[in-house]
Design a protein around this ligand. Sequence first.
Ligand code: BV8
Length: 245
Amino acid sequence: MGQLVRLTATPSAAPQEHTAIETIVILTGAGISAESGLGTFRDKNGLWTRYDLNEVATPEGFARNPALVHDFYNARRANARAAHPNAAHEALARLQRHWPGKVRIVTQNVDDLHERAGSSDVLHMHGALEGALCAACGHRWPAPAAMHPATPCPTCHARQARPDIVWFGEYPHHMETVWDLLRSADLFVAIGSSGTVYPAAAFAQDAARAGAHCLELNTEASAVAPDFHEIRLGPATQLAPLWVD
Ligand code: BV8
């Protein structure tokens, strides 16, 4: 059992201990996929310790060197395809089955491990490795294993294909839906997120303002830990099943 750190006297946020739950919103970050072997960004040896995010995760970086950015995302796409969902992804999929229509997953992650674990209606606010986007006409299509600057758009045939990823300085996907969900949430749970990237880092504040109980599951307290009513420390593959089942 992860170390239970209660910041207030609020009762445990375990879903079955709440009878009045109508909406559970779960935000996941790279930490939920860490035990599937996919790198996080800011842990030691994290992606941003090995790559300059300004070079590989901004529109300006892509404009300067599209081949470098395609190589970066091609490698991550290959890693994600070779990875498998872990017990934390599977626990969230079970929770969605136990509470049909009441559990929404908003992920900062660009892998598809939630979907491969059986989750549905996952909102990828930072895009998805499995998506390709034409910068010329806006067409989206399933990304090939490897993309490169000469990859043609199947619709307009322009050679301006890019990964369908939300880079720094770009507007995340699904924000109106997410903010609506946070306004109606009874329970907000953040799993494996460092709380360092906005607007996702502000979601606990948004949810608490609307009256939700906020729970953080992480191996260490995030940068926005004070925004949560309850924090459980430990690996997601241990904490998520304990919380769900
Ligand atoms: C935007 C691309 C305008 C995909 C990424 C204030 C308000 C709004 C914006 C800003 C603001 N201040 C600054 C900004 C601008 C910027 C920003 O936040 N910059 C930061 C650096 C300060 N934000 C933006 O540009 C965003 N767009 O703002 O649009 C706007 C304005 C207002 C309202 C709406 C819109 C766009 C941000 C998206 C950028 N794209 N990635 C990719 O390549 O993957 S972000 C990048 O960081 C990743 O995508 C990742 O999702 C994200 C967050 O990282 P985490 O998922 O938390 O991962 P991290 O490694 O940091 O942490 C891992 C955690 O897991 C740790 O806590 C660790 O302890 C834990 N962990 C590890 N192992 C385990 C574990 N936990 C459990 N179990 C384990 N085993």
